[in-house]
Design a protein around this ligand. Structure first.
Ligand code: ATP
Ligand code: MG
Length: 561
């Protein structure tokens, strides 16, 4: 990756322009505003990195604000998970805020709007209101309740608040313009009645403010200078500004909404609602299933916070939506894990090798380097003995010259150990190879400095000593969806594209140094990929998740371009 200073993105250009026009740098303030109705996903990571990244760049505070105005879908579990994920990504918020903290203020402002004749209680059904909406080219029809008196509106709104009405009987609407070319300006709903307990305000309220009414005013209360959201809110900006106009005091910072493109990742869905469906229908084990594109899923899968931040930084922010290939994210996982993950040996599809000239009952412990990319990583000892496992596909009875692994009559080096030569093999009745007999060259021990130890053979294989090996469960994941963008098909539901083989559970045989591995430890199984200890692991039975394979398909793709 280039070391050149990063150029400014378009949001930073907007901020720079504001600063040049006299906006005071110490008044910059940002927020990340998740709705606690699910777990954060990789799309949110982009927004987190953008907002907290701006905070770091301008040394400005960033609030974590929960947009909790819909008690039907919001839960404390999600609040806790969101906080955990933002922290794990390595960011620190200035203050933790909740839109629900502002319910009283929002109510008072709504009363003010009623008094100014800018809001009214509508007592029609939602169907009736929908029919009056009009179309982008035809104006809407005013509600028969649009011209209620202030006194009548005040009385009704208070009665709504006091719980005197059933859900759906009344709403409070802003009185703007039923003929506006922006449909969102056609008297948008500010409040609806919901007799539901809220995860923070419990039953204090039975009217809840709508997103548009809440968001800008919350930004204003917190004195957020730049309120960044995704592009679907572009048409909402006019309304955001209208609501601000009603309460804005010239001495204060007036928040500015600006929009950037949503990030979509290939072979998955980034929408809490759709991810919830995968959880509820048991397609995955939970929000943190390692196949999920959630932050907690990626964490459990073995991703590092650095790799997610680097990925978000690389894709940057854009003005138009596009699909980011998941292999770019995998590339970043690999790139960071290569630097930090200790190398170990594990065999996932074993075949037995007997080294016939190695004394029976003998064993020796060989020095193995932990990470050639990190000179401080040190080394460990791996046991060697007469019977070992290698990968089944590392052996062929016969093969051409391009096959650098083990074949009859051929030699390979066993990583950190000796050169062996395949002499013969045994087969079962079906012709499957069950055992390979080899001889080893005792003078060829790695690192011994002897002439034989320096002898070059083409292939090097990983292996484990059978009697010392730890048996572990290894979960190998594939893409959760078979289609590149499963939720963009008009005629098919995204659920139809779920990959039925996204999880393959196998038994692996691992070197004994892994005995002390802890949950979330990340290692490289040499020649196979990066793996991470799963939370289902117990001292009796280790469980590993494969994070990514070693093969760098993304870099290859780039080279070919
Ligand atoms: P979802 O549809 O998954 O629920 P959302 O936009 O409703 O997404 P919020 O919790 O409201 O989720 O989002 C918090 C912030 O993260 C918002 O500013 C939102 O614009 C941003 N965000 C959400 N999804 C993405 C995405 N895919 N790419 C970039 N930013 C996103
Ligand atoms: Mg949302």
């Amino acid at each position: 990756m280039s070391e050149a200073p990063k150029s400014l993105n378009f949001i930073e250009h907007i901020i720079e322009e504001d600063l040049n026009n006299g906006f005071s740098k110490d008044k910059l303030r940002f927020r990340f505003p998740p709705e606690p109705n699910g777990y954060l996903h990789i799309g949110h990571a982009s927004s987190i990195c953008l907002n907290f990244g701006l905070g770091l760049r301008y040394n400005a505070p960033v609030n974590l604000r929960f947009d909790d105005t819909n008690p039907v879908k919001e839960e404390q579990e999600f609040v806790d998970a969101i906080k955990r994920d933002v922290q794990w990504l390595g960011y620190h918020w200035d203050t933790e805020r909740y839109a629900s903290d502002y319910f009283q203020q929002l109510y008072d402002w709504a009363v003010l709007l009623i008094e100014k004749g800018k809001a009214y209680v509508d007592s029609q059904s939602s169907e009736e209101m929908a029919e009056q909406k009009g179309t982008p080219t035809e104006p809407g029809t005013p509600s028969p309740y649009r011209n209620r008196t202030v006194a009548e509106n005040m009385e009704l709104f208070e009665a709504m608040k006091n719980g005197n009405f059933k859900e759906g009987t009344h709403v409070l609407r802003a009185k703007i313009d039923m003929a506006s070319s922006n449909m969102l300006m056609r008297d948008p709903i500010m409040y609806r009645i919901l007799h539901k307990a809220h995860h923070r305000t419990n039953t204090d309220w039975c009217i809840y403010p709508m997103y548009d009414w809440t968001h800008g005013e919350s930004d204003y209360i917190e004195q957020v200078s730049h309120s960044l959201c995704t592009l679907e809110f572009l048409p909402h900006r006019e309304l955001y500004d209208w609501f601000l106009d009603q309460v804005y005091d010239r001495d204060k910072v007036r928040p500015k909404q600006r929009e950037f493109a949503r990030r979509n990742l290939s072979h998955t869905v980034v929408s809490k609602r759709k991810l919830l469906k995968l959880v509820e229908e048991n397609v995955v084990e939970g929000w943190d299933d390692p196949r999920m594109p959630t932050i907690s899923g990626l964490r459990r899968r073995g991703y590092t916070p650095e790799s997610i931040r680097n990925f978000a930084d690389t894709i940057g922010i854009a003005k138009r939506e596009n699909l980011i290939d998941v292999s770019l994210m995998e590339f970043h996982a690999r790139e960071h894990l290569n630097k930090i993950a200790p190398r170990v040996m594990g065999v996932l599809d074993p075949i037995k090798v007997v080294i016939t000239n190695y004394p029976e009952g003998d064993e020796e412990w060989l020095e193995a380097e932990n990470n050639p990319e990190d000179e401080n990583a040190g080394s460990r000892q791996v046991p060697f003995s007469r019977e070992i496992y290698i990968e089944k596909n590392d052996f062929r009875e016969e093969a051409n010259r391009k096959f650098f692994r083990l074949k009859l009559g051929g030699e390979v080096r066993l990583k950190n150990a000796y050169i062996i030569k395949a002499e013969s093999c045994t087969k079962d009745a079906e012709g499957n190879i069950t055992e390979i007999q080899c001889t080893y060259d005792p003078k060829s021990k790695s690192g011994s400095g002897s002439e034989e130890s320096l002898r070059k053979v083409k292939g090097t294989l990983h292996w484990v000593s059978i009697q010392h090996a730890l048996k572990a469960e290894v979960r190998v994941y594939d893409r959760l969806f078979l289609d590149e963008s499963p939720d963009t098909h008009k005629d098919k539901d995204f659920m139809e594209f779920v990959n039925p083989d996204s999880l393959n559970v196998i038994t692996g045989y691992l070197e004994p140094s892994l005995k002390s591995a802890k949950v979330e430890d990340r290692v490289q199984f040499q020649r196979l990929g990066y793996f991470c200890v799963d939370k289902d692991s117990t001292p009796e039975k280790l469980v590993f998740n494969r994070t990514v394979g070693l093969r760098d398909t993304w870099a290859k793709l780039q080279q070919n371009n």
